[in-house]
Design a protein around this ligand. Structure first.
Ligand code: NDP
Ligand code: OXD
Length: 306
């Protein structure tokens, strides 16, 4: 068996070692232009040339959950593209989003500012009933996040393409449910895949439908959010602020206003990191299954785009 590794910005050797241990005797190599044909590919933002050359693959494994970068390429027809299916990311996402929601709800940013000035001050307790959280995307990550928030007794709304039933979560679906979902939410969490349907989904028209004092947490992709619309709605007072982990251009350019906005918290695309050992184990298990002609979870539907 031959496995090619083509992952931008990723130290290759530990991955090569991991797959080598999983498949003793297999050839596991970093891709370079003109490399001989392989059976499987492990990729993250590969170049088009990789796809144009490796048309015989039996499976393309993305070392992330989001496949939007891959979906922009011309992929070899009929080759399954498989995304990471949790692999340790959902608990990280639940931590990150719960932290951002609780930091905002409990005004810990305000307390930090007070303490920095040596001020011992109390803020009036707020009612969590007044802070319904809406989670857009109820897939592998969104479901775990919405269950975690429900554990803290926040009213939790969820929105997905197909109808869902999740204990403790008021689920809405499809275009028909979108406006009701927004109107029922004050804090909005984005955990959608980036597709033509979800591009720019957080814009003036949608964010203005959140309850007054709304708050945005974007942990999916930068292109889900229209940056200027967010800033305008915060500056007008309709939104209270935002926590943003993902951006249209990454790293976030030094001159971007998000860096300096007092109501916006920025983190460097770190809400749910790819964990190497878990990911190698998951991908190796799926390669073994495909070799045996068995189905695997996490295969991307090229029509839906996720
Ligand atoms: P899934 O594919 O498991 O879930 C996607 C969810 O979005 C599903 O519930 C799906 O609905 C819903 N959805 C998709 N399109 C629409 C639509 N047009 N309208 C309504 N709902 C829609 O993805 P994951 O949960 O694994 O990951 C979500 C995204 O998180 C990734 O695509 C990636 O971009 C991002 N991510 C970010 C990370 C970070 O560090 N910041 C780390 C990992 C992922 P349905 O269930 O009906 O199909
Ligand atoms: C992912 C990511 O999609 O890290 O997995 O953004």
């Amino acid at each position: 068996m031959r496995i090619l590794f083509c992952c931008t910005g990723t130290k290759a050797q530990p991955w090569l070692d991991g797959f080598g241990d999983a498949f003793p005797g297999a050839e596991v190599e970093v891709w370079s232009a003109g490399a001989p044909p392989a059976d499987y590919a492990v990729v993250w933002t590969p170049p088009q040339q990789f796809m144009d050359e490796q048309t015989q693959l039996k499976g393309i494994f993305n070392i992330g959950a989001g496949v939007d970068a891959l979906m922009k390429l011309r992929l070899p027809p009929g080759v399954p593209v498989v995304r990471l299916d949790d692999a340790g990311m959902s608990v990280q996402m639940a931590e990150y989003v719960s932290h951002a929601v609780i930091r905002h709800f409990r005004e810990f940013d305000g307390y930090e500012a007070d303490v920095a000035q040596g001020k011992w001050s109390y803020r009036k307790p707020r009612m969590r009933e007044d802070f319904p959280v809406g989670v857009m995307g109820l897939g592998v990550l969104g479901e775990r996040v919405s269950r975690a928030l429900a554990q803290f007794d926040f009213p939790v709304m969820g929105w997905s393409r197909s109808a869902k039933s999740i204990p403790g979560v008021h689920c809405f679906s499809g275009e028909a449910g979108f406006n009701k979902f927004l109107a029922a939410s004050r804090i909005l969490v984005c955990l959608l895949p980036l597709t033509p349907d979800t591009d720019n989904i957080m814009c003036q028209g949608t964010l203005a439908r959140l309850q007054p004092g709304g708050y945005v947490i974007n942990v999916a992709r930068g292109s889900h959010l229209v940056d200027d619309d967010l800033i305008a709605l915060i500056d007008s007072g309709h939104l209270a602020g935002a926590t943003l982990d993902v951006f249209r251009t990454e790293p976030l350019p030094a001159a971007h206003p998000f860096w300096r906005h007092p109501r916006i918290t920025v983190t460097p695309h770190t809400s749910a990191r790819t964990l190497r050992e878990e990911s190698i184990a998951q991908i190796a298990g799926k390669i073994a299954a495909l070799q045996d002609g068995e189905p695997v979870a996490g295969v991307v539907d090229p029509v839906r785009g996720y």
